[in-house]
Write a protein that binds this ligand. Structure first.
Ligand SMILES: [Ca+2]
Ligand SMILES: [Ca+2]
Length: 316
């Protein structure tokens, strides 16, 4: 069938089609929302000025850029004059949005849960009494935040400015320390956020992992890989002639669940099978053998990352 020219373009088309659908599949993988919280109360220092802690921080990890959505929730906000409060959220690399300022006038509120979300139907209202719920960010006055707050160097939500959570935070790398500065801009009254705050960040879960250390039990020909993973999920290892073993040393399993941190992957030569026998013969004869491993890691709700890793087995 040499020189069958008629088929060649079709084959190329097929390859192109496959490439395109693979790209479409990748693009279709939705970003997952992850919630990070700091439940520690944010309380007044006096009746005016920065509230403490200043800032309150949330450490974000295990996500892959870019961010596609950020929402922020305040838990159990109470105040005798909500309008005096200003809140600015600062991302790890410094992007900042004053998402709440001068809302709810002077009406007392107690134990409100407030979520700020660009996709909400209405902005947080300038007039009180403020009710718990989900609002678009809203700033009805300027806010100059005391150092180490950002002063006036922050985006302002409408109508004071034109910034949104999306305009400030979409597209950034979310990993690192997010800071919330809450300041009381007027005397006499006070407020508190008794349940702290949380961030709801949409970004793909990271599926990168690293093999940080290798340990060997040379008498048994066992290799232990110390692998660090960023998210809960499944991890598995395979290779010619090797089998993964559990901590007990007994059961072999293709894949097991992991929590973020460092996990041990133990492997040794298979007892059965042609490739296992070949590896064992080599180990017995030379005392060492090299193998290529495939380590596969799938964060829950994420995509699989498979990486090749060379390992040296030693048996003495
Ligand atoms: Ca949103
Ligand atoms: Ca006050």
């Amino acid at each position: 069938m040499r020189g069958s020219r008629g088929n060649a373009p079709r084959a190329r088309n097929l390859v192109l089609t496959l490439a395109v659908s693979a790209a479409a599949l990748l693009a279709a993988v939705p970003a997952k929302a992850a919630v990070f919280s700091n439940p520690a109360p944010i309380v007044p220092r006096g009746d005016e000025g920065p509230m403490i802690p200043y800032p309150s921080t949330i450490q974000v990890s295990g996500l892959t850029p870019p961010v596609s959505d950020v929402n922020i929730t305040l838990n159990q906000l109470s105040s005798t004059y909500p309008s005096e409060l200003g809140l600015v959220l600062v991302a790890p690399a410094g992007q900042a949005l004053m998402f709440m300022r001068a809302v709810g006038s002077g009406d007392d509120v107690s134990g409100l849960t407030l979520t700020f979300d660009d996709e909400a139907a209405t902005p947080a209202p300038v007039l009180g009494p403020l009710a718990g719920g989900t609002y678009k960010p809203a700033a009805y006055a300027e806010g100059a935040f005391t150092a180490p707050g950002p002063g006036l160097l922050h985006g302002n939500a409408a109508p004071e400015g034109i910034d949104t959570l999306a305009s400030r935070f979409d597209g950034i790398d979310p990993n690192g320390s997010w800071r919330l500065f809450v300041e009381d801009f007027d005397s006499s009254d006070m407020g508190t956020i008794a349940g702290g705050w949380s961030l709801d960040i949409a970004a793909p879960f990271s599926n990168s992992f690293s093999v940080d250390r290798v340990k060997r039990k040379k008498k048994k020909g066992i290799v232990i890989l110390f692998v660090t993973v960023p998210n809960p999920g499944q991890i598995g290892v395979r290779g010619n002639g090797i089998k993964p073993i559990e901590a007990s040393g007994a059961t072999a399993r293709a894949s097991r669940s992991v929590t973020p941190g460092t996990v041990k992957l133990k492997i040794k030569a298979k007892k059965k099978g042609r490739k296992g026998r070949r590896l064992r013969r080599r180990l017995n004869r030379k005392g060492k053998a090299r193998r290529k491993l495939e380590i596969s890691y799938t964060p829950t709700g994420g995509t699989t990352n498979t990486e090749k890793h060379r390992v040296k087995l030693i048996k003495k």
